[in-house]
Design a binder for this molecule. Structure first.
Ligand code: IMP
Ligand code: MG
Length: 186
């Protein structure tokens, strides 16, 4: 099923530790941040990043939908909004992968319109070649080749999220998508 491992568990742990430190250091002393994870893909990064932060943080989640199978549909819907009011707070959006940029080109202005004290974006992976909508990434784990990846929270039709590493599936794994394919959580 898997063609290769792109980023090992050890590589990810090391890089996420660095990201947590850089992110923590980017705020003035005494700051508290709200980590906003995009479900479901960010689950592993949220868990690891939040535990490595060296400044106080709280967590919230959003569920957006725009992704189906291996192609983006281009439309974004809010399936679960923020529980807290971002006004006046330091918000950090935590994403698994920036691909076409469709999701974040919509989400970042949406959060900004609610007047946060600041807004930053951290993503584990960046597929820069695939960008259709410009997105300013503040903190990025690794550049990602233009290949469909799974693991460490990322799925193909809800499979493979629980792998502790990021890998690439063999083309045969998604040549015949199962009938459950459809709008899914990012
Ligand atoms: P975007 O809106 O095209 O930037 O991407 C939206 C989301 O699609 C990403 O945050 C991922 O959750 C998901 N996605 C994009 N590429 C992949 C991939 O290669 N594997 C798994 N999920 C992906
Ligand atoms: Mg995502």
């Amino acid at each position: 099923m898997l063609e290769k491992v792109l980023f090992s568990e050890e590589q990810i742990a090391k890089r996420v530790g660095e990201l947590a430190q850089e992110l923590s250091d980017s705020y003035p002393p005494g700051s508290e941040v709200v980590l906003v994870g995009l479900l479901k893909g960010s689950l592993m990064l949220m868990a690891d990043l939040s535990r490595k932060m060296t400044i106080p943080s709280t967590i919230d989640f959003m569920t957006l939908s725009s992704y189906s199978g291996t192609n983006t549909t281009g439309s974004v819907k809010v399936k679960k909004d923020l529980d807290m009011n971002p006004a006046g707070r330091h918000i950090v959006v935590v994403e698994d992968l920036v691909d076409t940029g469709t999701t974040l080109a919509w989400l970042l202005p949406y959060i900004k319109s609610k007047a946060p004290a600041s807004l930053k974006l951290v993503t584990l992976l960046n597929k820069a070649e695939r960008r259709k909508h410009e997105v300013k990434i503040d903190f990025c784990g690794f550049p990602c080749p233009d290949e469909f990846v799974v693991g460490y929270g990322m799925d193909f039709n809800e499979q493979f999220r629980t792998l502790p590493f990021v890998g690439v599936l063999k083309p045969s794994a998604y040549a015949n998508p199962s009938p459950i394919e459809g709008p899914a959580s990012l």
